[in-house]
Design a protein around this ligand. Structure first.
Ligand SMILES: *[C@@H]1O[C@H](CO)[C@@H](O)[C@H](O)[C@H]1NC(C)=O
Ligand SMILES: *[C@@H]1O[C@H](CO)[C@@H](O)[C@H](O)[C@H]1NC(C)=O
Length: 346
């Protein structure tokens, strides 16, 4: 929640400080002809729009988690004001997309949904229950045995089955609900590592999300946060040595992932990330924080790549597949969890 508020606060500060200098209304906006012309242009653009019937080779799905209409409006105003305007008139790149739609985001069992149920809906095509990942609504949250036989397959999985390269990039933990809905089937979104589960659930055969990340769909590019769920609880974090991994099964999942793949690299800081040659790498896992990555304003530029840099590297690796690729990209706006290292000072 901290970052969501940060964005809005910045918007408000700008309103206040720029208010006296910015109350100049552009002259042309006073005349009906200005708005009538804008209306005509919009109509012509809509009428000229031809359906694109070609088959897409590559798909990139961008998801702003927590990015509701109010957040988009705040971003538009801020960007426009930083460019010297009043703000509202600014046009974001996504405002120019030819097709726009709104969706109903409820979960089957709850009006106010969560990222697990909604991630399942938009990635697997099936509305689901609150807090469950990659499962139909026949499964109940936290009920391990109810998950068996109710798994639903994601677009990422289907793309891989058709021979495409696939990737996930997130500024949250890569085991967080939105990305996890593309590769895991879990009765609870909070089953990040085995230590988050009961021994009864483990005995019944349910697996934690980090385990599923390396054992389910073969994913070519995995970039984001979430280091701690991959390492034994005796392994010190390389960046924050007083922190340790959270696995009780004594398994290093990054080693398992590397062992089972060729031309694969695991990196955890920006220097290592920058050194990866995308032309010679078929698999890349980069985990830059124990929990979620920091917000862009708080990012350590020496240690962690930006979302833009992660997406660019991912595309360079994935696009080498002649059959095409599927990439899921999440920018986390809502729920920040550093994974035990505390919140950065401002
Ligand atoms: C868990 O799910 C199983 C299988 O659907 C069901 O038989 C069982 O009653 C459920 N347990 C609880 C506590 O609801
Ligand atoms: C670490 O994992 C072991 C099992 O491998 C377990 O016995 C122990 O309680 C765990 N330690 C912590 C601090 O969770």
């Amino acid at each position: 929640m901290a970052g969501h508020h940060t964005i809005i606060i910045i918007g408000l500060v700008l309103f206040l400080s720029l208010d006296s200098t910015l109350s100049v209304i552009p002259e042309e906006e006073k005349y009906p002809s200005f708005w009538n012309n804008k209306g005509k242009q919009a109509l012509h653009k809509a009428l000229d729009l031809k359906p694109n019937v070609r088959r897409a080779k590559n798909i990139i799905l961008f998801l702003g988690d927590g990015m509701g209409i109010a957040t988009v409006t705040a971003s538009r105003v801020l960007k426009g004001q930083l460019k010297g305007g009043n703000g509202e008139e600014y046009i974001l790149a996504m405002d120019t997309f030819p097709h726009l739609a709104l969706s109903k985001t409820y979960n089957v069992d709850q009006q106010m949904p969560d990222s697990a149920g909604t991630g399942t809906a938009y990635q697997c095509g099936v509305k689901a229950n609150y807090g469950t990942l990659g499962l139909s609504a026949s499964a109940q949250r936290k009920n391990c045995s109810s998950s068996f036989g109710n798994e639903v397959k994601s677009v990422l999985h289907r793309a891989k089955m058709e021979g495409r390269s696939v990737g996930i990039v997130s500024t949250a933990r890569v085991q967080h609900a939105s990305p996890a809905a593309s590769y895991s089937h879990s009765a609870d979104r909070n089953w990040y590592a085995d230590s988050d589960m009961t021994s009864a659930d483990l005995k019944a055969g349910c697996r934690d999300i980090a385990y599923q990340l390396v054992h389910n769909t073969d994913i070519n590019v995995i970039l984001g946060g979430g280091r701690k769920y991959m390492f034994p609880n005796t392994t010190h974090d390389p960046e924050y040595p007083s922190n340790k991994g959270s696995r009780s099964d004594n398994v290093d999942l990054t080693a398992v992932w590397l062992r089972d793949r060729e031309n694969a690299k695991y990196v955890w800081n920006k220097d290592q990330f920058d050194a990866v040659n995308p032309e010679k790498t078929d698999y890349l896992m980069g985990l830059f924080e124990p929990g979620d990555c920091r917000y862009e304003l708080d990012r350590n530029h020496k240690m962690d790549p930006s979302l833009t840099e992660m997406v660019e590297k991912a595309i360079r690796i994935l696009r080498r597949n002649p059959k095409g690729f599927y990439l899921f990209v999440e920018d986390e706006y809502c729920c920040y969890d550093t994974g035990g290292i505390g919140f950065p000072k401002r």
